[in-house]
Design a protein. Structure first.
Length: 710
């Protein structure tokens, strides 16, 4: 339990906790129990007398061991018998709610208070039954349907009331929920907790398991109350998975043994990044981890360094060597290049910006630069092959859960990030003027909203989810990215649905069913591969670069160029035409095309000027800056290539060369015979590489003319 939530002392009355007088308690019993309940009134007063005789001073009862207060008098493993405290639960309820005596949590969670089940008795004690009824209605509206809902809400409300010594539960705060939750967890740490709970419950053979189940059961009931209060607008703090004081990355910005001067600078820098809003909170958390690695190394290797301005380039070179050999405790292998690259990149920015701001205790100059970034391999997007994509989506469309089905179809047809789909709002879906659906995606990594076309099949799956969210009228939540309250649609029982449930669970099931697993049994398909697939399909379809950027939410063209370069329209056109007709490609420039030997500048020029590269028998990849061709012998030029569609022209040119050889022979020109014979041999070589006969029917050219290319 944190220091901020240390147990609050229980005494409330100015002169300490005292018994109610017999006259006062009897008057209340006579008022709440009618004349026909003479035996019940007699039993209550007898229990009162016995309890007061046993503990004339109420403080003495609070001082007793918990086993005594719970009437566990026959040993640790005996069934609890009805004793003095058990019989007096009605009186203890009156003390707590009418006399404002606060009972401790360890007692009230382990003892049943049957009188709290009586609505009339509770109302007489000041408990607002109307408030409870409104909460139950709200719980039903947001989707709770369990028969035990009433008992769960009643249990949580009355336990808080008895702990606070106040029957007014309309003003319950998040602190009340968190404090009771922490005290329940604190009970589990008692040395005798397992034996106490096992004896009270008398179920199961493992006391530890009984205790763990009991603690979780109590916390679940508090969590339900938290969800209902939040969605009813009575608590502003959104519910998490369990009632707890959430520990975020901001709680520990630097390691505990960080020198004070270093600690101040680092924490000041991190808080500045978060407060300006220029960096997402999750990204700031990653930067914190990157800087922590430097601090951990520094405190171990150079404990005498007390300030960052003492660092030198030699220090940083040693750190880079240490980072390269650092072992990831999760994988038991060295950290990936991307992780090391991210760490160095964060430190480059940190040193540069703190020096620019003129802070003290910082180097004031860049100790690391871009040249220190570990070199990475440029990987192609891992799109999902068509056959795998179709089978996985067949399974996804058959999912019973409407949330999972809608989420999977959405990422399939939009390429949106998981976080963007999870945060879709109730007004996210509309249509273009022609009626085609479009989806408004929330602010993501690009810090901008965007609208994208949505396949009607996915829109059809989203509409029921939107209708359910509107009917439930969930309480708005603060979106940390855009800093405004939003109503999400992927919400169940008042809580946002996790990405694990929406995406990872159905994908794991599909991959296991289809056998798409790696050597360690992990699924080969993850949600982000759908994003790569959409980008790849757009590029293959000839979409403009701006279109890919708009749909995927890329901030720079270079982010989308990876798709355009892989399936560049120029290469794609030739590739499709050749393979679709089982044709081939030939010529010296083949290696440049098939091995992606064109740089980005060449690709860009060819995309806009490809029709200009056409020759009689193929294409020339020579760029303008390379100057004009110095000869007409392009058939052997390293920039020349041709395809099967030019086979008719090649045959026609071969026939022409044969006629020229015949003419040169008749005229007695040996050099001309040699020249045309060489050209004929080259033409035959090209036809052979293309798998085309030298003669035969001339297939019609399927290539559009130059006017169509423009």
């Amino acid at each position: 339990m944190s220091a901020a939530l240390a147990r609050v002392p229980l005494p409330e009355q100015p002169d300490g906790r005292k018994h109610a007088s017999r006259h006062e308690y009897k008057a209340w019993v006579d008022r709440v129990l009618d004349a026909a309940s003479g035996s019940a009134r007699k039993h209550r007063m007898s229990a009162y007398d016995t309890f007061v005789d046993r503990w004339p001073q109420l403080e003495d009862w609070f001082a007793e061991p918990m086993a005594v207060r719970l009437d566990l008098l026959d040993g640790a493993h005996a069934r609890a018998r009805r004793g003095v405290s058990v019989n007096a639960t009605g009186y203890l309820t009156y003390l707590s709610l009418a006399q404002r005596v606060r009972l401790d949590t360890d007692f009230i969670i382990n003892r049943k208070f049957n009188s709290l089940r009586d609505d009339q008795l509770l109302a007489e004690l000041g408990y607002d039954m109307g408030f409870e009824h409104r909460l139950l209605q709200r719980a039903s509206q947001i989707g709770y349907k369990r028969p035990s809902l009433h008992s769960q809400v009643r249990w949580a409300l009355t336990k808080i009331a008895m702990r606070n010594g106040d029957p007014d539960v309309t003003g319950i705060t998040i602190d009340d929920l968190q404090l009771l939750a922490d005290e329940i967890k604190a009970f589990a740490t008692r040395p005798d907790a397992a034996e106490l709970r096992w004896t009270v419950a008398v179920k199961g053979e493992n006391p530890t398991a009984v205790l763990q189940g009991f603690i979780q059961h109590c916390l679940n009931r508090l969590h339900v109350l938290h969800v209902v209060l939040f969605n009813d607008g009575r608590i502003s703090a959104p519910p998490e998975l369990g009632i707890r004081r959430r520990k975020t990355w901001k709680d520990e910005l630097t390691p505990p043994d960080t020198p004070p001067r270093i600690k101040y600078v680092v924490e000041r820098w991190l808080r500045l990044q978060l407060s300006t809003g220029s960096t997402a909170e999750t990204t700031v958390g990653q930067v914190r981890d990157d800087i922590r690695r430097l601090i951990v190394w520094l405190t171990e290797a150079y404990p005498a360094v007390e300030s960052l301005d003492q660092l030198t380039r030699e220090h940083m070179e040693e750190f880079l060597e240490w980072l390269a050999a650092l072992i990831n405790p999760r994988t038991k292998a060295p950290y990936a290049i991307q992780t090391r690259r991210g760490t160095v990149s964060s430190l480059v920015v940190f040193f540069r910006e703190t020096g620019r701001l003129g802070w003290s205790d910082v180097p004031g100059r860049p100790l690391l630069g871009p040249a220190d970034l570990p070199r990475t391999v440029q990987s192609l997007p891992r799109f999902i092959p068509r056959d795998q994509l179709d089978t996985v989506m067949e399974i996804a469309e058959a999912l019973e859960c409407p949330f999972q089905r809608a989420a999977m179809l959405t990422i399939r047809w939009t390429g949106a990030r998981r976080s963007e789909v999870r945060r879709l709002e109730v007004d996210c879906l509309d249509a273009y003027p022609d009626g085609y659906p479009r989806l408004r995606l929330p602010v993501g990594k690009g810090r901008t909203e965007r609208t994208v076309p949505l396949h009607p099949h996915a829109a059809e799956a989203l509409r029921p989810i939107i209708d359910m969210a509107r009917a439930a009228n969930y309480a708005p939540r603060l979106d940390p990215t855009c800093q405004r309250l939003v109503q999400r649609i992927f919400v169940n029982l008042g809580k946002p649905i996790s990405a694990e449930y929406l995406f990872m669970t159905p994908l794991k099931m599909a991959c296991e069913k289809l056998g798409l697993l790696d050597a360690e049994g992990r699924p080969l398909i993850n949600p982000h591969r759908f994003r790569h697939t959409v980008g790849t399909q757009l590029a293959e379809g000839g979409a403009q670069l701006q279109t890919i950027m708009s749909i995927l939410g890329h901030r720079s063209a270079s982010m989308s160029m990876v798709y355009s370069r892989m399936t560049d329209p120029v290469v794609k056109e030739q590739y499709e035409q050749v393979l679709a007709t089982t044709g081939r490609i030939a010529g010296p420039a083949v290696d440049l095309l098939l091995k992606d030997g064109l740089d980005e500048e060449a690709v860009h020029w060819l995309k806009t000027n490809f029709f200009k590269t056409e020759l009689e028998l193929g294409h020339c990849l020579r760029l303008p800056q390379e100057g004009p061709c110095e000869c007409d012998l392009y058939l052997r030029c390293g920039k020349f290539f041709t395809t099967s569609e030019y086979a008719p022209r090649l045959r026609q040119r071969l026939a022409t060369e044969q006629q020229l050889i015949q003419d040169a022979t008749e005229r007695g020109w040996p050099r001309e015979i040699e020249r045309h014979a060489a050209i004929s041999r080259r033409l035959r070589e090209l036809l052979t590489e293309l798998g085309q006969p030298e003669d035969g029917e001339h297939a019609p050219c399927i290539r559009p003319d130059n006017g169509d290319r423009q």
